[in-house]
Ligand binder design. Structure first.
Ligand SMILES: NC(=O)c1ccc[n+]([C@@H]2O[C@H](COP(=O)([O-])OP(=O)(O)OC[C@H]3O[C@@H](n4cnc5c(N)ncnc54)[C@H](OP(=O)(O)O)[C@@H]3O)[C@@H](O)[C@H]2O)c1
Length: 346
C-alpha cells in the first residue's frame, strides 16, 4: 500500500441519510473509512456532487445493500491518500482524481472516501475541483447512453471516417437537455457527428444547449414532443432518443423515435411509458444504470483537455449548506450539476 506522509485525522465530517425510508440528511462525525477491498483507494475529497433522486434509491430498489452506510453523493473530485501498491490505473498518493463511486457503496459527502481504482481517472489538468466533481456521473451516463447502449459510434470522435459516415445518418433527440446528463449527451452527440441533435429543455436553456451543439431546440413548456413531431416537416422523427424525464416525456419520446429506431432511457423502462395503441417496433428500447468506469472517464478527460467538451455547473454550495444543495437538485430544474464543497481547497 502506497501512502502519503501526511498524518491523517482520527475523525472526519460526513453527511448521512438517516434511514432508507427517509430523505433527511444530517451532518455527523465519523472515523475515516478503512480500505478492505484490494482495489480500495483512500481519497481526500475536495468536492462532491449529488444526483437527482438519489435519496430515494435505497427505498425503491433492492440493488442498494441493506447494510450500506448511507453517505450520499456518489461523485467526487479529490486527492489520493493511499492506494494499493499495484492497481489498474497506477494511482498513487497525491494524484488528482475524480470518479463515480458505485451506488452500492457509501458516497463521497465526507472528508475521505473509498473509491475503487477501476472507478478512478486522473483529473484533466485544466479542470478545477468543482468542474471535476461535476463530470463523472453525467458524462459517463451520456457516453454510455449514446455509444454503449445507443447507436452512435464513439470512434467518430477521433475521426474514424466510417464511423463518421454512419453517425451522419443518425438524428438524435435528448430530453432533459439542459441538465447534468443532458448537457453532456448534447455535446457528445454533436461531437460524434450526429446528423441532428434535438434538445428538449425549458425556455431558459435554449441558448445554452445550442452553444453545446444542439441543432434544434424544443421548449417543452410551450410544445410537447408529440406536437413538435406532428407539426414539423416530414423527417422530424429521430433514430435515437436519450430519455431521462419519464411520464409524458417518455410517451413523447415514443412519438419521436422512428420505426426501427432506438429509445434509451435512464429514468423509466421504455415499455412502462409506451402509449396505448403504439405499434412501433424499435431496434432497442431499454433502461440502464450507468457503469462507473474509470476507463470511460479517462476518454472523456482527453476530450475535456482538448477543449472539445466541458462540464456544466449549476451551483456551488458550502458543506454546511448541504440541505440547500439537495433542494436545488430535487427542484428538477438544475442547469448542470450542483456541487458541494467538502474541503477548503475547493
Ligand atoms: N440510470 C442511470 O444510470 C442514471 C444516471 C444518471 C442520472 N439518472 C437519472 O436521470 C435523470 C436526470 O438526471 P440529471 O442529473 O441530468 O438531472 P438534472 O441535472 O436535474 O436535469 C434534469 C433536467 O431536465 C429538465 N426537465 C425537467 N422536466 C423536463 C421535461 N418535461 N422535458 C425536458 N426537460 C425537462 C430540467 O430543467 P428545465 O425543466 O428547466 O429544462 C433539468 O435541466 C434523473 O432522474 C436521474 O436520477 C439515471
Amino acid at each position: 500500500m502506497a501512502s502519503s506522509t501526511t498524518t491523517l485525522p482520527q475523525t472526519m465530517k460526513r453527511l448521512l441519510q438517516v434511514s432508507r425510508d427517509s430523505t433527511e440528511i444530517i451532518c455527523t462525525t465519523a472515523p475515516l473509512p478503512v480500505p478492505t477491498h484490494p482495489e480500495d483507494v483512500l481519497v481526500r475529497v475536495h468536492a462532491a456532487a449529488p444526483c437527482a433522486g438519489e435519496l430515494l434509491w435505497a427505498r425503491f430498489t433492492d440493488a442498494i445493500p441493506a447494510d450500506k452506510e448511507l453517505v450520499p453523493c456518489q461523485d467526487l473530485a479529490g486527492t489520493v491518500v493511499t492506494a494499493p501498491a499495484s492497481n489498474p490505473g497506477g494511482f498513487a498518493p497525491g494524484d488528482r482524481v475524480y470518479c463515480r463511486i458505485h451506488a452500492t457503496r457509501p458516497g463521497a459527502a465526507r472528508d475521505y472516501a473509498l473509491p475503487r481504482a477501476s472507478e478512478l481517472a486522473k483529473i484533466p489538468p485544466s479542470l478545477g475541483w468543482i468542474e471535476a466533481a461535476a463530470t463523472p456521473l453525467s458524462a459517463l451516463t451520456a457516453w454510455q447512453a449514446l455509444f454503449v447502449q445507443g447507436t452512435l459510434d464513439a470512434r467518430a470522435i477521433k475521426g474514424d471516417a466510417a464511423a463518421r459516415k454512419e453517425n451522419a445518418k443518425i438524428r438524435v433527440l435528448v430530453t432533459g437537455a439542459g441538465g447534468g446528463v443532458g448537457s453532456w449527451a448534447v455535446q457528445l452527440a454533436a461531437l460524434a457527428g450526429a446528423k441532428a441533435v434535438v434538445a428538449v429543455c425549458g425556455r431558459d436553456k435554449g441558448e445554452a444547449v445550442r452553444a453545446l451543439g444542439a441543432t434544434e431546440v424544443v421548449d417543452y413548456t410551450q410544445t410537447s414532443i408529440e406536437e413538435w413531431v406532428a407539426a414539423g416537416p416530414a423527417g422530424r422523427e429521430v433514430d435515437l432518443v436519450v430519455e431521462m424525464i419519464g411520464g409524458k416525456t417518455l410517451a413523447g419520446s415514443w412519438a419521436a423515435v422512428k420505426e426501427g429506431g432506438a429509445l434509451i432511457s435512464i429514468h423509466t423502462p421504455p415499455e412502462y411509458g409506451k402509449p396505448e395503441g403504439m405499434t412501433k417496433q424499435l431496434s432497442k428500447a431499454l433502461w440502464f444504470i450507468v457503469e462507473p468506469l474509470g476507463s470511460n472517464l479517462a476518454e472523456i478527460g482527453e476530450l475535456i483537455e482538448a477543449g472539445r467538451v466541458r462540464p456544466t455547473v449549476d451551483s456551488v454550495w458550502e458543506f454546511a449548506d448541504f440541505k440547500k444543495a439537495f433542494e436545488r437538485v430535487d427542484s428538477g430544474h438544475a442547469k448542470g450539476k450542483v456541487i458541494i464543497k467538502v474541503s477548503d481547497e475547493a
